[in-house]
Design a protein around this ligand. Structure first.
Ligand code: SAM
Length: 276
């Protein structure tokens, strides 16, 4: 199949019903992972599963006849995942603690291997992709959603505060050793691993004036890491007034702010690319 390449699309707008905005960076996942061939009865590996949000979604796609193995190096993150309800029509989810940067335990073969915002945190994503080949067979789906530093935010006017926050967040990920450019190299990495690219898509994470923004929540969650990395101080971030200042800046320029891009790539492991 020849690759489908689409450009930035606007996510279907969901009215915000509460003051705590959901993370719109997760919105593209349902639209993407549901459309790449993951089907009932499949065995799926979710690498870097974190709190298991994506694991639970694919568990619904494969249903009770399927199986999901959710892997992460953080026992703490997986504990949150364990506590979440998988729902009656989902596959069982089995959690495995392992470091994707090291040799991996034998987990058997999978029909699909997926991950979201994990490759960018690995010291050598190419090596991990090759290692994951051991769990694949010809035709196995390999699909990832990654985010990268893409010169944003973009909008209608002066977005200095939004831009400063964007830079603080990406500078922190960079300082922690994250690969802020990985998303833009994802297709090349997958090809180099011998996989046949099927879908390449990017979806914009958009902010609308007058709607609660998820950025203050994101900044709050990232604050300890921002400070720890010496990127900015708590005073500079000014969490107490951040929501108000971001809201003011957005109202002043109006319109839509393109805050982030989700890069979504799906491939199939080919016979020649299969690693054992
Ligand atoms: C940003 S979170 C994403 C979590 C989840 N995939 C999601 O989208 O909600 C990144 C996750 O990757 C995990 N991770 C990072 N490096 C890892 C490694 N070397 N091996 C296994 N997991 C890793 C972290 O523990 C964390 O749970």
């Amino acid at each position: 199949m020849s690759p489908t390449v689409s450009t930035v699309t606007s996510p279907v707008s969901t009215p915000f019903l509460t003051q705590v905005a959901p993370n719109p960076a997760n919105g593209p996942s349902a639209r993407f992972f549901a459309e790449i061939g993951i089907a009932p009865g499949m065995r799926v590996l979710d690498v870097g599963c974190g709190n298991g949000d994506l694991s639970r979604f694919v568990a619904q796609l494969v249903g009770p006849a399927g199986e999901v193995i959710a892997l992460d190096r953080s026992a703490e993150a997986m504990a949150t995942s364990h506590a979440a309800d998988v729902g009656p029509h989902s596959a069982p989810i089995h959690y495995r603690q392992a470091d994707l940067a090291d040799a991996l335990p034998d987990l058997g073969r999978f029909d699909a291997i997926v991950g979201r915002r994990v490759l960018m945190y690995l010291p050598d994503a190419t090596a991990t992709l090759a290692r994951l080949g051991a769990f694949a067979k010809p035709g196995t789906i390999m699909a990832f959603q990654e985010h990268g530093r893409a010169g944003l935010p973009a909008g209608l006017g002066d977005l200095s505060l939004h831009r400063r926050l964007y830079d603080w967040l990406w500078d922190t990920i960079r300082a922690e050793g994250g690969d802020t450019k990985l998303a833009l190299c994802l297709v090349d990495l997958m090809r180099a691993a011998g996989h046949g690219i099927e879908v390449v898509r990017s979806e914009g994470v958009l902010l609308q004036a007058g709607e609660p923004s998820f950025l203050p929540t994101l900044a709050q969650a990232m604050l300890p890491r921002i400070v720890e990395c010496g990127v900015a101080s708590a005073v500079e971030l000014g969490l107490d007034t951040l929501a108000e200042r971001l809201g003011e800046e957005h109202r002043a320029v109006g319109g839509t702010i393109v805050w982030d891009l989700a890069f979504l790539v799906s491939a199939r492991v080919t016979l020649s690319g299969q690693l054992s």
